[in-house]
Design a protein around this ligand. Structure first.
Ligand SMILES: Cc1cc2nc3c(=O)[nH]c(=O)nc-3n(C[C@H](O)[C@H](O)[C@H](O)COP(=O)(O)OP(=O)(O)OC[C@H]3O[C@@H](n4cnc5c(N)ncnc54)[C@H](O)[C@@H]3O)c2cc1C
Length: 396
């Protein structure tokens, strides 16, 4: 990898990125291109540890722009999932409400409407493989952070420790590093997702393919939402969303570690839905209950000169197809602020990054939180709104 040693704010500083998600890894790559001495401390035991979740789409003005800046578009073009950006919206009986099947070539790279999908694990691999050997320190779950003699001392769960001049928290929504900037706590939106993973859907629930169109499937009706997405390894992920009371995981009486109990709940809750959806639930051997939280809007903190956060650690919001893109854009802005030479000192650079990050994320977060009921528990009116938003002119 070619690096340049510009005179900039990172030169001579040891930088610790905590968390190797899309935000942290993109940042590591961009900083290394600027000549930084950077390590990524990641909780996962190794690179093969499975990345939770299905595909993510990258956007022209954010995720794809970052890959371009990172010199990784060629690698992305090899690994992205062609055709997976098509989607279909159906009602609870699997009647098609909107079919946005995108014939190959309708949108392509360079077109701002093109939102190519990639498996989360493949995106992670592209970013990791672009880093200098040994950059990611696996099995490093940060459990404590102290500051003395001008340096941060990080302690990890496996008993090891490391020091650094600048710590960047990219460890997602449960960030410990955020506590060093603000005592803000995330708030429950009122909606939650029951996530299911199916490794071998072609055998376990082939019926879903009669409805599913190779891309993403959204099923909406009876104030319930079900999204099904392909994974890069041939598996499927589904997200069954609805409005639930806070802490429902504990008060529901359902043991979410027992697939039979979750299945019994889902077929009751989705009573009257097409049998292919029930078969989908039956095929799932592992469910995760995910309450959807967000960081209160207009959150601000006092900029510090040696610690900062990005991605979900800084601006958690309910899933809206933007989270990975926003985390990667934070990485690009932060690396630019640190390496451009435009700022006199590191505090000014970090303050400038924070301004950009807040300005970008709050409008999106606000809109998503306001629309949470339409997303998780859509009524007829919100279904029509959604169809129009997605291009109702293509209704068939
Ligand atoms: C159900 C669901 C569906 C979603 N779908 C989409 C989608 O389709 N498109 C999209 O753009 N976004 C989606 N999102 C949002 C997206 O996943 C996040 O916004 C995005 O992953 C944030 O990236 P990040 O790098 O900030 O953090 P993360 O991706 O959360 O990565 C954090 C990393 O830090 C590591 N870590 C955590 N704690 C520690 C610790 N203490 N020490 C060391 N390492 C640690 C983790 O192992 C992980 O690798 C979805 C979210 C959910 C919940």
């Amino acid at each position: 990898m070619e690096t340049s040693k510009k005179i900039n704010l990172i030169y001579g500083r040891q930088i610790a990125i905590v968390g190797g998600g899309p935000g942290g890894l993109a940042l590591a790559r961009l900083l290394q291109l600027g000549g930084a001495d950077v390590k990524v401390y990641e909780r996962d035991i190794n690179q093969k540890a499975r990345v939770q979740g299905a595909i993510v789409d990258l956007h022209y003005h954010s995720g794809l722009k970052v890959l371009e800046a990172a010199g990784l578009m060629d690698a992305f073009k090899i690994r992205y999932m062609q055709g997976a950006d098509s989607f279909r919206v159906v009602d609870e009986r699997a009647n098609i409400l909107l079919d946005d099947f995108i014939p190959s070539g309708r949108y392509t790279f360079g077109d701002e409407h093109f939102r190519p999908e990639i498996d989360r694990g493949a995106l992670r691999d592209i970013l990791i493989d672009s880093l200098l050997p040994g950059t990611v320190v696996w099995d490093s779950q940060l459990i404590n952070l102290t500051f003395s003699n001008g340096q941060w001392e990080m302690q990890f769960k496996n008993g090891t420790s490391a020091s650094s001049d600048l710590v960047i928290g990219c460890e997602g929504y449960r960030s410990r590093i955020r506590e060093y900037l603000t005592d803000i706590k995330s708030v429950y939106t009122g909606a939650a997702i029951i996530q299911g993973e199916i490794d071998d859907p072609k055998t376990a629930c082939p019926e879903i393919y009669e409805i599913f169109n190779g891309g993403s499937l959204m099923a909406m009706g009876q104030e319930k939402m079900l999204t099904v997405q392909p994974r890069g390894d041939g598996g499927l992920t589904f997200y069954a969303a609805s409005m639930y009371p806070e802490n429902w995981e504990k008060t529901s009486g359902i043991n979410f570690n027992n697939p039979e109990e979750v299945y019994a709940y889902l077929i009751h809750f989705y009573n009257g839905w097409h049998p292919a959806f029930h078969k989908l639930f039956k095929a799932c051997s592992h469910f995760t209950y995910r309450p959807l939280n967000y960081h209160p809007l207009k959150l601000r903190w006092q900029t510090r000169s040696n610690i900062i956060i990005l991605g979900d650690a800084a601006h958690l919001m309910p899933p809206n197809g933007e989270g990975v893109n926003l985390a990667m854009m934070d990485a690009l802005d932060l690396s630019n602020c640190l390496t451009s030479g435009a700022y006199q000192n590191i505090e000014a650079a970090l303050a400038a990054y924070e301004e950009m990050m807040f300005a970008r994320t709050y409008p999106i977060s606000e809109e998503t939180v306001e629309g949470i009921k339409d997303f998780a528990s859509p009524n007829n009116e919100s279904i029509q709104k959604l169809i129009q938003l997605f291009g109702g002119d293509e209704k068939i």
